[in-house]
Design a protein around this ligand. Structure first.
Ligand code: AMP
Length: 424
C-alpha cells in the first residue's frame, strides 16, 4: 500500500515524498482513510508509530478541501491538544512540514514562553492550532483566542494528559468547542478514565489499534545488569566511557535523581544534560538541542519529560532506575531501534527493583537476559523467570569494547580522566 492509494492530495504526497517516507505505517494506513471520511477516531498508538502524520495528513487535506474564502480572516479550524510543550513543538513542526505546499497556517502555543508573540500570531490568524491545555486556557481567558469554529479536534497522548492532571482543563476546553466537529483521540493505553472520556466526546468512532510497542521492541536488544544501587552511577560511567557512547538517553524516576545523576556524570567527565518538568522552557529546548547535535553524550530524563520526544534511532537507552509502571519501560525502550535501526536498552537493576522487573517481564511475556560486567558483579542474584516458548533469542550480551578481564582497578584509575579525552 502506498500513500497515493490512501487518497491524499498531490501537495501532501509531495511533502511526504520529501521526507523520504516510502510507505504508510500501520497506523497511517488505518487512520488516514477513516479521518478523510470525516469519522471520529479512537486510536491506540504511541510515539514512534507515525501517528502524528496519521492525523496531520488527513487533517490538512480536509481543511484544504473547504478553504477559507480569500481575503477573509482566518480562524482556528483545527485544534490539536498535547500534554507537553515538546510534543506541541514537534507536532507543530510536523504540521508545517507536511503542509508546506498548502495555504494553511499553523501555530503552536504553550507555556514557559512569553504570551506576546503568541497573541500576535493568533491575531494574524491561524487555521491549525497546536497547544498545551494550560496556556490555551490562558489565551481563552484573555480573550485572545476563539475556539467556537473548530471543525477538527485532536487529543494527542490522552493518557499522558490525564496522568499529568489535565483532565479538568481538557473538559473546560471541550466545552468551548462547537458541538458539531470531528474528534480524534490518540492514546497509548486505555484506562477506565480514557474509556469514559472517549465515550463522552467521540461519536461512533473508527477504532484503530496498532501493535503495541513491545512488538516493535523486538528489534531492540534488551539486557539487565544486576547491580548494587550505590554502584549504578559508576557502572553507567564505565559503560558510556568504555563503549565510547556518543548518544545515550538515561531514564531516572525523579527530577531530583535526574539532577543528581547529571552532576555526577559531569564529574566523571561525561557531558550530560538533564530534562525534567521543573526545567524552564529555555533549558529544556537547549538540553534537547545539545543532545540532538551531539554536544552532550548523555541526556538524563524523567518519563514525563521524555514522553513524545522525537529523537530518532537512538543507539542506547539506559534505565538507571526501572519505572513503577511496566508500560513505561516499553515506552522508554521504544526510543531506540526505531524504524528498523538496531538499538540496545540496558537496565541497571538493584535488589529493591525485583518487583518492577518481574512486572515488566510479565508484560513483555519474556525474560530479559541478565548480564554482568567483570568488576561490577552484584552480591545478589535476580531470579530468572522461565522464558515463554518461542521466546525471542537474546543477542550476545556485551558492549563492543568489553575487555573480559579488565581489572576493576584499571577502571577506577581511568575515573574522571577516562571520558574527558573521549570527546573533542
Ligand atoms: P510519531 O509516531 O508521529 O512520533 O512518528 C515517529 C517518526 O516516524 C517521526 O520521526 C516521523 O518522521 C517518522 N515517520 C512517520 N511516518 C513515516 C513513514 N510513513 N515512513 C517512515 N517514517 C515515518
Amino acid at each position: 500500500m502506498s500513500f497515493q492509494q490512501l487518497g491524499l492530495s498531490a501537495e501532501l504526497l509531495r511533502a511526504v515524498g520529501e521526507q523520504g517516507y516510502e510507505r504508510p505505517t500501520p497506523v497511517q494506513k488505518q487512520a488516514i482513510p477513516a479521518i478523510l471520511e470525516g469519522r471520529d477516531m479512537l486510536a491506540g498508538a504511541q510515539t514512534g508509530t507515525g501517528k502524528t502524520a496519521g492525523f496531520t495528513l488527513p487533517l490538512l487535506q480536509l481543511l484544504n478541501e473547504t478553504p477559507n474564502a480569500k481575503g477573509q480572516p482566518r480562524f482556528v479550524r483545527a485544534l490539536i491538544l498535547t500534554p507537553t510543550r515538546e510534543l506541541a513543538a514537534q507536532v507543530h513542526e510536523s504540521v508545517t512540514t507536511y503542509g508546506k505546499y498548502l495555504p494553511l497556517r499553523a501555530s503552536a502555543i504553550f507555556g514557559g514562553v512569553g504570551m506576546g508573540p503568541q497573541v500576535d500570531r493568533l491575531r494574524r490568524g491561524v487555521d491549525i492550532l497546536v497547544a498545551t491545555p494550560g496556556r490555551l486556557l490562558d489565551h481563552v481567558q484573555q480573550k485572545t483566542l476563539d475556539l467556537s469554529r473548530v471543525e477538527i479536534f485532536v487529543l494527542d497522548e490522552a493518557d499522558r494528559m490525564l496522568d499529568m492532571g489535565f483532565i479538568h482543563d481538557v473538559r473546560r476546553i471541550i466545552k468551548l468547542l462547537p458541538p458539531r466537529r470531528q474528534n480524534l483521540l490518540f492514546s497509548a493505553t486505555f484506562s477506565e478514565e480514557i474509556r469514559t472520556l472517549s465515550a463522552q466526546i467521540l461519536h461512533q468512532p473508527a477504532e484503530v489499534e496498532v501493535a503495541r510497542r513491545n512488538a516493535a521492541a523486538e528489534t531492540v536488544s534488551q539486557r539487565v545488569f544486576p547491580i548494587e544501587k550505590d554502584r549504578k552511577r559508576e557502572l553507567l560511567s564505565y559503560l558510556v566511557g568504555s563503549g565510547n557512547w556518543q548518544q545515550v538517553l538515561v531514564f531516572v524516576r525523579t527530577k531530583h535523581g535526574a539532577d543528581r545523576l547529571g552532576r555526577q556524570l559531569e564529574r566523571d567527565g561525561i557531558r550530560a544534560a538533564v530534562l525534567h518538568g521543573d526545567k524552564s522552557q529555555g533549558a529544556r529546548t537547549r538540553a534537547l538541542a545539545d543532545f540532538k547535535s551531539g554536544g552532550v553524550a548523555v541526556l538524563v530524563a524523567t518519563d514525563i519529560a521524555a514522553r513524545g520526544l522525537d529523537i530518532d534511532q537512538l543507539p542506547h537507552v539506559v534505565n538507571f532506575e526501572l519505572p513503577n509502571v511496566p508500560e513505561d519501560y516499553v515506552h522508554r525502550i521504544g526510543r531506540t531501534g526505531r524504524a528498523g535501526a538496531s538499538g540496545e536498552a540496558l537496565s541497571l537493576v538493584c535488589a529493591e527493583e525485583v518487583k518492577q522487573l518481574a512486572a515488566i517481564e510479565r508484560l513483555l511475556k519474556r525474560e530479559i537476559p541478565r548480564v554482568t560486567m567483570p568488576g561490577f558483579e552484584a552480591t545478589f542474584s535476580l531470579k530468572v523467570q522461565a522464558a515463554p516458548k518461542g521466546g525471542h533469542a537474546p543477542r550476545p550480551n556485551l558492549p563492543p569494547t568489553h575487555r573480559p578481564n579488565a581489572p576493576r582497578k584499571r577502571r577506577e584509575q581511568a575515573g574522571s580522566g577516562r571520558a574527558s579525552g573521549r570527546r573533542a
